[in-house]
Design a protein around this ligand. Structure first.
Ligand SMILES: *Cc1c(COP(=O)(O)O)cnc(C)c1O
Length: 471
C-alpha cells in the first residue's frame, strides 16, 4: 500500500516512510491511495480470529514494507492478555435491554483507549529504528491521556527517548502518579510552570527550529500519525464480531470524540466494507464537530472559547484528524481540501462545505450529538443505577448521545475510551462514591516521582534535551 497527502501532493510513500513522520511536506495528512475492501469470504474467516490475528490480517493490507513474519511477531507481542487484561482484548458488554453495548478499549496500562494504538506504535518504532540504526527523541505536550499512553508504550524501548511536557500541578494526582512514577532512563517528564498551551507552544517552537529538530532527531507521536489510526481500525471489526452472529447484520458505533482520530478509524473500517450503519460522533461542550455535522460549517475555536470540562480528553479547539474525512467527502480532491484547510482555515478560521458536499455526508453514515457536564453526571448515575455499570466521563458523553440515536434492530456499540478510576472527582460527584481501581494501581500516588520542573522557556527545554540525548 502506498500513501499520499490530503492536500494534493501525489508523491507516493510506503508505510515505513510515513511511520516516523508527522504532517506531509505540503501540510496535509497521509492516507492510503485507496482503501482495501474486504469481501464476504474474508469477513467470514476473520470472525473466528483472535484479536492479534485479526490485527495482523488488517495491518497486512496496509503495510507491505515489513516482512509478514516480523509484523506478525510485533502484533502478537502487543495485543496480549497480560497487557490488556482479557483474552478478548476489547470485550463488549450489554447495557441491559437498552439496545446499547459498550466496547471496552481502556484496559491497557494507562486505562484509556490511546493504549490500543500507542502500544503498537512503541513496538513499530523500536523495530523500524533498529532496522535503520537510528534514534528518535519524542517531544510532546500533554494534559493527561496522550502523554501517559506514549510513555507506557515507549518505556525501555531501544532507540527511543521521550521528553513529555505537562502543565505543573494541573493534572490529576492519579495522572501525575502514572507518568511521574516511571523510573525508566529513556522517559523524561518535564513539568512546565504554566498551562497546557504554554507547554504546547514550547513543543511548536522546538519543532519549528528545523536545524535543532534534525540534529537532535526530534519526532512526535500525536494523533495524526497514520499508524495510530490504522491500529484503531482493528477494534471496530472486533467489536462488530462480538455484537453480531452473522455478517449480514449491521451495527452502529458511537464514539466520544475530540481530535476525530478514533471515529476516523471507524470511517476507514466502514470504507473497507464493515457493515456499519451509523458512526455517531459524540462531543462535550467543545462541539466543533457536532456543529459541522449539523450545519456543514467547520469553525475552529480560540483558546478563550475552548471549555475546560469534566471529559478533559475531548477538550479541543480544532479536530486535527478531521481533514482526512473531508478529503474523502470532497471526492479525494486535494486542491479542494487545501482550499478548505490550508486557505480558508488559515484566513478565517472556518469554512462551510457546499450543499452537495453537505448532503453527501449521510452516505458516509455520520451523525452527531453533544453532551454537557449535567448530562455526564446524570448519565453516569443512571447507568450505574439501572445496569450496575460504572462508566467514565468520556464514555458517558458517548452513552448520552448514543441513546438519542439508537434504532430498533441495530446494535449500538459505544466505545469506552477510559476507566472511571482516571476521573474520580466527577465520579464522586455523580454517584457519591469512589470508583474502583484495577489491581496494582492502589496507592500509586505514594510512589517515588521522577520529574523536572521548568519555567516555560524554550531555550531551557532545548538545553535539557541536549543534555539527556546521550543517556
Ligand atoms: C483522546 C481521548 C478521546 C478523544 O479521542 P479522539 O481520537 O481525539 O477523537 C476521548 N476519550 C478519551 C478518554 C481520550 O483519551
Amino acid at each position: 500500500m502506498r500513501y499520499i497527502s490530503t492536500r494534493g501532493d501525489q508523491t507516493e510513500r510506503s508505510f515505513c516512510e510515513i511511520l516516523l513522520e508527522g504532517l506531509a511536506p505540503d501540510g496535509g495528512l497521509y492516507l492510503p491511495v485507496a482503501y482495501p475492501t474486504v469481501d464476504a469470504a474474508t469477513l467470514a474467516r476473520w470472525r473466528g480470529l483472535a484479536y492479534a490475528e485479526l490485527a495482523f490480517e488488517i495491518l497486512s493490507l496496509y503495510i507491505d514494507d515489513i516482512p509478514a513474519a516480523d509484523l506478525k511477531a510485533l502484533v502478537a507481542k502487543t495485543y496480549t492478555p497480560a497487557v490488556f487484561g482479557t483474552e478478548a482484548i476489547v470485550p463488549v458488554r450489554r447495557l441491559g435491554d437498552s439496545g446499547l453495548l459498550i466496547e471496552a478499549l481502556s484496559n491497557g496500562p494507562t486505562l484509556a483507549f490511546k493504549d490500543m494504538a500507542m502500544q503498537l506504535l512503541g513496538n513499530l518504532f523500536e523495530y523500524e529504528l533498529g532496522r535503520r540504526g537510528e534514534q528518535l527523541n519524542i517531544l510532546g505536550a500533554t494534559s493527561g491521556d496522550t502523554g501517559s499512553a506514549a510513555e507506557y508504550a515507549m518505556r525501555g524501548k531501544h532507540g527511543v527517548r521521550v521528553f513529555m511536557l505537562s502543565p505543573h500541578g494541573r493534572m490529576s494526582a492519579f495522572q501525575q502518579a502514572q507518568m511521574f512514577s516511571l523510573q525508566d532512563a529513556n522517559i523524561h517528564n518535564i513539568a512546565v510552570e504554566g498551562v497546557f498551551d504554554d507547554a504546547q507552544d514550547i513543543v511548536k517552537d522546538v519543532s519549528n527550529d528545523l536545524a535543532f529538530k534534525r540534529q537532535y532527531k526530534i519526532g512526535t507521536v500525536n494523533s495524526i500519525n497514520w499508524a495510530r489510526l490504522l491500529a484503531q481500525v482493528v477494534y471496530y471489526f472486533a467489536g462488530y464480531f462480538q455484537a453480531t452472529k452473522h455478517n449480514d447484520e449491521v451495527v452502529s458505533f458511537t464514539v466520544p470524540s475530540g481530535n476525530f482520530g478514533n471515529v476516523c478509524a471507524g470511517h476507514v473500517a466502514r470504507m473497507m466494507g464493515l457493515p456499519i450503519k451509523h458512526l455517531v460522533v459524540a462531543t462535550n461542550e467543545n462541539d466543533v464537530l457536532d456543529e459541522f455535522f449539523r450545519t456543514g460549517t467547520y469553525r475552529v475555536r480560540g483558546s478563550a472559547e475552548t471549555h475546560e470540562t469534566s471529559s478533559p480528553s475531548m477538550d479541543i479547539s480544532k479536530a486535527s484528524n478531521f481533514e482526512r474525512f473531508v478529503f474523502d467527502l470532497v471526492g479525494r480532491d486535494g486542491a479542494r481540501t487545501k482550499a478548505l484547510f490550508g486557505d480558508a482555515i488559515a484566513r478565517e478560521g472556518a469554512f462551510t462545505v457546499s450543499p452537495a458536499e453537505f448532503s453527501a455526508i449521510a452516505g458516509y453514515g455520520f451523525q452527531s450529538g453533544k453532551s454537557t457536564h449535567a448530562d455526564r453526571l446524570a448519565t453516569i448515575r443512571r447507568t450505574d443505577e439501572r445496569f450496575g455499570d460504572l462508566i467514565d466521563t468520556h464514555t458517558a458523553d458517548g452513552v448520552k448521545v448514543a441513546a438519542e440515536h439508537v434504532e430498533p434492530g441495530v446494535p449500538m456499540i459505544v466505545l469506552e475510551t477510559a476507566l472511571p478510576a482516571k476521573f474520580a472527582e466527577t465520579i464522586r460527584e455523580a454517584v457519591g462514591r469512589e470508583p474502583g481501581r484495577p489491581a496494582g494501581l492502589d496507592g500509586i500516588e505514594a510512589l517515588p516521582k521522577r520529574f523536572t520542573v521548568m519555567k516555560p522557556d524554550t531555550a531551557a527545554v532545548k538545553a535539557f534535551i541536549q543534555a539527556h540525548c546521550a543517556d
